[in-house]
Every structure is written in C-alpha cells, then in structure tokens.
Write a protein that binds this ligand. Sequence first.
Ligand code: C2E
Ligand code: MG
Ligand code: MG
Length: 735
Amino acid sequence: MSYDVVRKLIRTVGGILALTIGLVVPAAFGMLDYVSLVGATRAEADFHAQYLGRLVESGNFRYSAEGLQGTIAAIAATSETTAHVRLVDENGTPLLEWGPSLSGNLVKARSVVTLAGEPVGYVEVENNVASVLDSLIFLSLIGCALGGLAYLAMTKLPAQALDDASRQIAEHQHRLADKNAQLDAALTNMVQGVCLYDADQRIMVANRRYAEIYGLDERILAPGTSLRQVLEARVRNNVYTEYEAREMVELGIAKFGEHVSEIIVLQDGRHISVLRRPLPNGGLITTHEDVTDRKKADAQIAHMAKHDTLTGLPNRLFLRERLERATRCVGEGHALAVHCLDLDRFKTVNDTLGHPMGDALLCEVSARLQACIRGTDSVARLGGDEFAVVQAGIADPGQAAALAERLIAVLSEPFEINGHRIVIGASVGIAVATLQGADGELLLKNADLALYCSKSEGRGRYRFFEAEMDARIQARRVLEFDLSNALALEQFELYYQPLVDLKSNRVVAMEALLRWRHPVRGFISPMEFIPIAEEIGMIESIGLWVLRQACLEAAKWPDEVGVSVNLSPHQFKSGTLAFDVAAALATSGLPASRLELEITESALMQNTETTLATLAKIRDLGVKVAMDDFGTGYSSLSYLHAFPFDKIKIDKCFVQNLSDKPDSGHILRAVVGLGTSLRMITTAEGVETEAQLLQLREEGCTQVQGYYFSPPRPADEVDALLARINAGGVGTRAA
Ligand code: C2E
Ligand code: MG
Ligand code: MG
C-alpha cells in the first residue's frame, strides 16, 4: 500500500470521525433533549390532571370556576413551570389557563381529568422547544469544535508520524544503497575471489576476481547459477590437472556444508588458497586467493635461509640438517666423512683483483666442487672461502683421503676468469664418523680443527682429525691471550743482526728482529707469533713499540751504523705510519738517513694506492725503504716498478740453495743485475758459509746478512758485534 493511499485513508477516517463528533453527538443530545421535553410535558399534564381530579372529587369545586380559579392561582403561584397549562371541560371549552403564553414550535400533551372514573375534562400542557434548540445549537458548536480537533488529531498526527516514518525509511534506504554500493565496490576490487551460495547451492553473489582466477565468463556467475554448473565450468576451463578435474565437481558438492581450507595447485602452476565456510542459513561462502607470488617468496626465503646467495650452495644451517640425517645412516661399512675446505691465497685474489673477481672465483670453485662429488654427497659454503663436503656411505677412511686429494687437485688447477689466470689451492681437514649415532655438529667442529692444523702446517694438503688437535687449538688460544698481554708485561725485546757491506767489509746497519720472552715457553719465534699478532689486531701497537725502541737504541750507535725495522702490512692500515716514523725519529734523535724500513710484497698487495702514498711520505722524511724476502711472493718484480725501493733483500732460500739448485744462482744473478740497473742496493739474507759469501761477492751483491757474520743478538751486544765484525772477525758464529 502506498503512502498516498494510507494518507487518503487517514483523511477519510479523520473526516468520518469529525463528522460523527460534530453532527451525530449534537443530534443525539438534541434528540434526547426533545424526548425528555416531551416526557416532561406529558408528566406535567398527568400531574395537573390527577391533582385537579382529586380537587374535583373532594366535591368542593365541581366545575366551579371560582373555586378552581383560586386553587389554580395557588398552584400557578407555587409552580415554576415554563409550560402553558390549560384546563378544558369535556367539550373542549377552556376553563382555566396559566403559565406563560407560548408561540413557535410547541410540544403538547393532553391528560384526562376524571371524576369517579368518568372523564370530566382535560389538562393540556404546552412547552416551547426553543430551549431544546438552544442547547442543540450549543452542542453543535461544541461538536464542531471537537469534530475539528478530532479531525486534526486523526489526520495531522498520523500523517506526521507517517512522514517521519517514510523519511526514516528513505534515509535508511539511502544508507543501505550507499552500503550496497560500497560493498559492491569492495567485492569488485577485492584481491580475493568471492562466491556466495544459498542453501540450494545457487549463487547469490560472486565477484569479478573469482571469474578472473578460474578464467570464467562473468555471465555464468549470475545469481541463481548452481554450484555444479560453476564447478563444471571451472573444470571445462582446463585449469585443473587431469587427476584433480576428476574429483573436483563431486567433491566440491559433497563438501558443501564443510569448513575447508586448502591450497590447490592449478595446471599452470598457480597456487590458489581456497576457504569455504558454511553459513548459518545453510548457504556457503567461498574465498579464493592467488597466493602464487607469496608461495614463491616463501620458497625463496626458505631457500635463502638455507643457501648461500652467491654460489647457491647449501649454507652451514642446511649442511647441519643434512649431516644430522647422514649420521643416522652411519653403521658397519657405512662411514661418513666431513671435509672442511679453505681456499689458499683467496685473500690475495680478493685484495689484488677486487671483490667481483673474488666472487666469480667462489662461484667457479663451487662448480668444480660439485662436479667432484657423487649424488649422495653434498657440498656447502660455510662462509668466506670456506666450504664443506659431506661424503656419505664410504667403506674406509682411504676413500675420504682420495676425495680430499681430488678436491685439492681440482682447486689447484688454474682458473680463467675474465681474462685473468688465477692459481689458488685448497687445504682440507677431514673428520670421519664410523660409529652409529655420530654427532654431526662434533664432526664439523673436528673437521674444522683438522683444517686449521692442515693450514698451519703449510697449505695445499689435507689432514685427518686427531684427538690431540683439540689440545693444540687450546694451546693456541692460550698463546693468543698471552700475546695480548705481552707488551704491557714488557716481554718483548729487540735483537740485532748486522748487515755487512761487501765493499768496505764493515757493518753498515743492524736489522732489528723482535723476540718474545714467554714466561713459560721461553723464546717464541716471530714467525710463530707475528701472524697471530696480526690476526688478533695486536701488531700495530707491537710494531710501534719496535719502531720506537729500534730508533732509541740505534741512536746510541756509531753514526755510520743504521737500523733496519721490519713492518707488517697491517701497520699501513691505520694511516698514521708516516707520522709514527717521524715521531720515533724525533723522540730518539736518530737521523732519518740511518733508518730503513723493510716491507714485504704483501704490504703492497692491499690498498696499493694508500700504501704507496704512505711509503712516499716516509721516503720524503729521508728514510730508506727496502723490499724484504724478494722472490718469495709471485709478483715481486711488478712491485719493484711500483715504488722506487732503495734496497732489495734477496730471500735466504735463494742463498741457501746456491750450492744445490743452479736455478737459485741464475735468479740471484738476475736480481743483482736488476738492482744494479735500478740503482738499488741488493742485500742477500741467510749467508751461512764462506762459499755463499764468495759467490755473492762474485755476483756483485752489495750487502750480506746471515749467521756467517752473526745471528741476531741482544742490544747490549751490538758494540761488541760491531767491533768484532769491523775488525774483520767474520765467520765466527756467535751463539
Ligand atoms: P726477515 O725480516 O726476513 O728476517 C730474517 C730472518 O732470517 C730472521 O729470522 C733471522 O734470524 C733469520 N736469519 C738471519 N740470518 C740467517 C741465516 O744465516 N740462516 C737462517 N736460516 N736464518 C737466518 P727471525 O728473527 O726468526 O724473524 C723471522 C721473520 O719475522 C723476519 O724475517 C720478519 O719477517 C719477521 N719479524 C721479525 N721481527 C719483526 C718485527 O719487529 N716486525 C715485523 N713485522 N716482523 C718481524
Ligand atoms: Mg727483514
Ligand atoms: Mg727477509
């Protein structure tokens, strides 16, 4: 029913009610008034008739006009009637009248006056209906007023309420429409596909994304389409694998009322996360989300968590898992070997050719390692240039040794990367598990210890883990600790070894060689503790101490004797080396010309630009710079061009091999020739015999140094040393 009809209805009802109140009520009251007036007139007539009858009966006044006249006058005087009363005889002749005379509309009543049962006359009473009309008018006015009010109450209030209600409904509908539009927009733009079914398994709502995911025509998703039709359309679209397609429709219908949460994989590899939730009304809501990218990202994260990003090899975490699994299979005749590998000279490649080349090399290494192993074995990169191989199911340790040899051999083959020929190598530590339930973590640790020992014994070899290795590593840790305190505890001392000029046969300089007097182990060789000091970051402070101490002590020597101080490549890192040298000279008062610094090739390999700049500053001070251990590295020659060295110190291995390796003689000759042409002093180290001395003199070497003259001696023996050697006392090998 429309609002207008309701409004009309209300007006009609209001009109009827108003009319009822305005007309019917006054009419009814008027009628009642009239009836009561008629009644009252009749009653008055009856009353007068009876009264007059009794008067007549008493015989006093039978029709005696005078007698009646008096009585009637008395009645009239006491009567408050507004009626006009008339007494007539039986012939209708008026006898008496009293009361006001009336005109207009009158109500009349006649009553018989009887005497002994015989009518003797009549009393006629007349009443004016004017009073009834007055009250009728009055009532009509009130009725109209009430009717009007009733009409207003009946039409205005419900109409107002109706308007309010209709406005509220309109607002509500508006809000609902807004909500619907929002819902529609949300549904359309959702990343999830949504499909809502009623209890009869028919679509109520489905969004565009749902159609997109399964490649459906949107028309099929119109409300009313059955679940079966939708599923069949999905299957027809060939998105499912053959196996799934077979189950798809029936299973989908059978599971209508069930909670389902699953990820289905479509034929094209997409992963769709499907959620089905039954609704309280018996219907079903399903959501479908393409989670392929998330799946891929998850898989990638999982892969990244267990693999090395550079080489793609399993990382330490993954290796541990594999090891755990592999150790469970260890048993009789099924041993397991863990190889820890460390690349030799990798740092040099990184420092000289740059990190991108280092990275490329690591990738090549990983490829070679993978090519070396069987399918049951696994390779992992543990970090930096460290790799590990788990060799499963071996019959005896010999097979582990064979693999280690193979690994070292393939990694020692030159690598050709971006036009560079790179030769590295590898050291291997092996731990073998032969017992049931061997601990993977322990195996890895032991293989690492074995690797550590293999590296410290010289590179390019493998070592099996032995129980006492652990003790050795412990000892090393103790040594590291002691070394870190050695400087503060004044356990260092400088020894000096003379450098003799072959022309004058006099000592021209002393090389300062560091000694560590360990409280328990006695003297420890710098060959042992300097690499450790470099590793633990102590070398800078130790080197500074050596520099200051050497300058202080040399300042006390004769003017013609200089001092030579060895520098570690690490001392170039701080950037304050040139300043430290200048300060040491200034503090000691030693002239710069009497100081010489020895650096090895490795100092120039790292950060060449900065190192060369520092060296240039040092030379500007007037300090000489020598290249130590010449010939032991692999690009000594190229570095000779990089910096104008004052001196080349030919490594002792060439001198000591002079007698049995002819090559050494040729190299020595070539280096001396090179030194002469570049105007550099050539100093031969490690001269122990007179024969070596003679040969070096013959080859034109400028200076010599070695046990033949003297081993390194404490500072307080320098004077005696100088005196002895300068006096020609060579060859007396002091203890
Ligand atoms: P280096 O600078 O080449 O020093 C020469 C080494 O050869 C010294 O060993 C010396 O004792 C030894 N030597 C000298 N003459 C002979 C000989 O006739 N025969 C044999 N077989 N050896 C001889 P040392 O003192 O053990 O020092 C070893 C290395 O430790 C030095 O080699 C140097 O590289 C390093 N080193 C020593 N002191 C310091 C230092 O204060 N700072 C730094 N950074 N390195 C130092
Ligand atoms: Mg030296
Ligand atoms: Mg040397």
